[in-house]
Design a binder for this molecule. Sequence first.
Ligand SMILES: NC(=O)C1=CN([C@@H]2O[C@H](COP(=O)(O)OP(=O)(O)OC[C@H]3O[C@@H](n4cnc5c(N)ncnc54)[C@H](O)[C@@H]3O)[C@@H](O)[C@H]2O)C=CC1
Length: 170
Amino acid sequence: MSNFLHDRMEVGDEIDLLPPAGDFFLDIAKTTPVVLLSGGVGQTPMLSMLNTLVQKDHAAPIHYLHACENGRQHAFRDHIATLDSRHEQLHSFSWYRSPLDSDVIDRDYDAVGLMDLAPLKASILQDNTEFYFCGPIAFMRAIYKQLKSWGLEDSRLHYELFGPHQTLED
Ligand SMILES: NC(=O)C1=CN([C@@H]2O[C@H](COP(=O)(O)OP(=O)(O)OC[C@H]3O[C@@H](n4cnc5c(N)ncnc54)[C@H](O)[C@@H]3O)[C@@H](O)[C@H]2O)C=CC1
């Protein structure tokens, strides 16, 4: 859609719009623990979900896990940090693949490298935790693999693929 808008549309063109559709939306009880995971620009839908959970005063733990390249590409860092400091149920964690000299660990981000969920398993996984994730396809495959290795049912894993249909399994 964005390519079409940039390449084909002109100022003044008229288009018909339909309401939003799809199956990637937050649908959980107020007492269900939730983990929101994102890579790069995949953060966009996760952020809306987070804002909704916080506004509705979610009563169970919310883990907001984000992986990006470095501090220059870490969008909404201050917004997340502010929410984290104000909401007891929210715990955020970030990974930088290639931190810049100006990026300070434990201040700007929490770990170097790609998102590795193993060290967080005990704190993020409860019997009824639901997982929502979005990011580049390689990120999605890596996260799906890690979560499936924990024996989770597909019904607890929610994600959106960008572009043509692709599978997350090897
Ligand atoms: N839902 C979707 O399918 C989405 C698709 N995309 C696509 O990805 C493209 C690049 O998006 P950017 O935000 O620039 O991504 P990026 O290339 O900056 O990657 C973002 C983060 O994803 C993680 N990642 C990347 N490759 C990985 C791998 N092999 N294993 C584990 N983690 C990995 C890394 O932590 C990286 O910092 C977009 O242009 C878009 O086409 C982006 C976001 C959502």
